[in-house]
Design a binder for this molecule. Sequence first.
Ligand SMILES: Nc1nc2c(ncn2[C@@H]2O[C@H](COP(=O)(O)OP(=O)(O)OP(=O)(O)O)[C@@H](O)[C@H]2O)c(=O)[nH]1
Length: 603
Amino acid sequence: MTDPRTAHIRNFSIIAHVDHGKSTLADRILEKLGAMGERDKRDQTLDTLELERERGITIKSTPIRLEYVQEGGERYVFNLIDTPGHVDFNYEVSRSLAACEGVLLLVDASQGVEAQTIVNAYLAIDNNLEIVPVINKIDLPAADPEGAAAELEEVIGIPADGAVFASGKTGQGVPEILEAIVKHVPPPTGDPDAPLKALIFDSFYDAYQGVILFVRVLEGTLRPKDAIRMFSNGKDFEVDKVGTFTPGLVVGDSLIAGSVGWVAAGIKDIHDAQVGDTLTSREHPTDEPFPGFKPAQPVVFSGLYPTDTEDYRKLREALEKLKLNDAAFSFEPETSEALGFGFRCGFLGLLHAEIIQERLEREYDLDLIATAPAVVYRVTLTNGEVFETQNPAEFPTRDRITLIEEPYIKLHVMLPETYVGTVMQLLQERRGVMETMNYLGQHGRVELIYEVPFAEILYDFHDRLKSISRGYASMDYEQIGYREGDLRKVDIMVNNEVIDALAVIVHDTKTYSLGRKIVDKMAEVIPRQMFPVPVQAVIGAKIIARATVKAYRKDVLAKCYGGDISRKKKLLDKQKKGRARMKQFGTVEVPQEAFLAVLSTEE
Ligand SMILES: Nc1nc2c(ncn2[C@@H]2O[C@H](COP(=O)(O)OP(=O)(O)OP(=O)(O)O)[C@@H](O)[C@H]2O)c(=O)[nH]1
C-alpha cells in the first residue's frame, strides 16, 4: 500500500551511454520545472547548510528535488538522482539506482543501443526498476527513432511502442517524458511509522559538518536528534540536521519513508558511513539491511612516489585529505629499493587513478612518479598459503608458487558488423574467450560478449578498440571474479641493476613481446649518458629483451654558439623541468615516462 504522504513522490535517474545527451536532457527537464537559476537563489537564503565551498569539488552533483504540476493541477515531487557515467563507478551507479523506483533510459536516435546502454539497463533491471525508454536527439538529420526503439526491444526486451521520442536540444518530447514519469514510475512504498531503515547512496566530507550522507529512506522517518546506527559496523551517531536538495542543501524537519535527502550527523570519518550501507535506528535497529552492501574495493593499484624525497610528508598529508572524501581510495606506505619511500594506492579503475593523481599534482603541487597500474593477483604458494598481491615487485619466485589467479571481467562490445573480424582478433590477442555473439536489427550491428582478464584491458584496450573500429565500437564491463592464469614476473634492469618498481606481471605467451616493448620504449625516453646504458627485460636470470640507450654525442648547448644567452637559459630551464620528473639511479636518470613504458600504445 502506498502511503498518501508519498503517493506523489517519484524518484528516478537518467541512464545512458556516454554522449547520448543525459546532461542536456536533465537541464531541459530542470528548465521546464523551473529549477534553473534556483541554485544561486537558494544558496543565499539562511535555511541552506553551511558548507565548505573551497575549490568547488568538495560538493558532488547532488540529486535534485523538483516540483511538477500536471495540467489538472495535481502536484508531484520529482527527485532526479544523478549517477556517475563511468564503469569505474558502476557500484555507485547501482546504489544510486537503488534509491529510485524508475529510470529514463536514453538512447541517441542516430547511434542506437551502445554497450553502456545495455550494461546500465541491466543495472536498472537488477534493481527492479521501471524503465521509461526515451529515444533522444530526434532533431538530428541522421536520427532513426523507430530503428533505435526496435533495437532497444530486440536487445533488452523493452517494448518499442512504449518509447518516448524526444530532443534535449529542442525540448521536443519533454512534456511527454514528465507525464511518463508520473504514469510509469511507481510511487515509493514504505511505512513512515516503521522503524528506521535508509540506504546511503552517496556521501561527501565537509570540513564544517563532517560527512554528509545522501540517503533514500526506505522505512520510518528520519529527524534531527534521532539516534542512528550504521548497519555494517554498528557505529552510532546522533542526527544533527536533515534536508533535501534543490540542488543546494536545504534544511528540513524530517525525511519520511520514500523520500530522498541528506543527513548530517557529526560523522568525522567517511569510512564509517559507506555508500551502500544501511542506516537504522539505535533503539529499533532493523534486522535486515538493504541487500548487496560491499565496502568500496580498489581493483587497480599503483605506487606513488614523490620525485623529491623531501616531499614524502607532504604526499602523505595530501593522500590523507583525499581519502577523507573518497571511501573507495586506499593507500599504505610502501618502500621501493629504487624509488625510496612512497605509497601503494588502490583505485576503482584507471580513470579513478588518473583523477587522484591529477588532484595530487594540481591541488597539492606535488611531483610524482607513478608506477604502472596493476591488478590484484591471488597466489597459492607451495606451502598452501594463499595471499593477494597487487605489487609485482613483491611477487614470489616461480618455484614457490602452485597457482596464480587473476581477476576477469565480462566485456560487452557493440559494433558494426564490418569490424567484427578485427575486433575478435584483438580480443583473442587479449586472451578473451567468447561467450556470445548477437546480430541485431537491420543496421548490421553486433553485440559481442567476452570473458577477458582484467589486466588485458586495463591499459590501452579501449583506445585500440576505438581505433580499429574507427570510433564505432563501444564497450562496458563488469568484474566476474578470479580465474587461473599462467603468469610470469618480468623484471627490468637499467645499467645492469634491477629496478624493482618497474617489474610487471605478464602472461606466459606475452613475456617476449612485452619485454621488447618496454625496453625499446625505455631506451627511447631515458636521456643519453656519456656512456651506453643497457636496458634489459629478464625473467629470473634469463634475459628476454635488450636495448641500449646510446652514448651522448653532442652537448645541448653546443647548438647555441655561446651567443644567445636567453635561448641557452631556456634550454637549461627546460632540462631542469624535465629532470623534476626523473629519478636518479646511480648516474642514470629515469623519467616518469619510463615507468609507464608498459602502457605505451605502440604494438
Ligand atoms: N542534436 C542534438 N544534440 C544533442 C541533444 N542532446 C545532447 N546533444 C549533444 O550531444 C552531446 C552530448 O550531450 P550531453 O548532454 O553532454 O551528453 P551526456 O550523455 O550527458 O554526456 P556525458 O555527460 O559525457 O555522459 C553534446 O554535444 C550535446 O550538445 C539533442 O537532443 N539533439
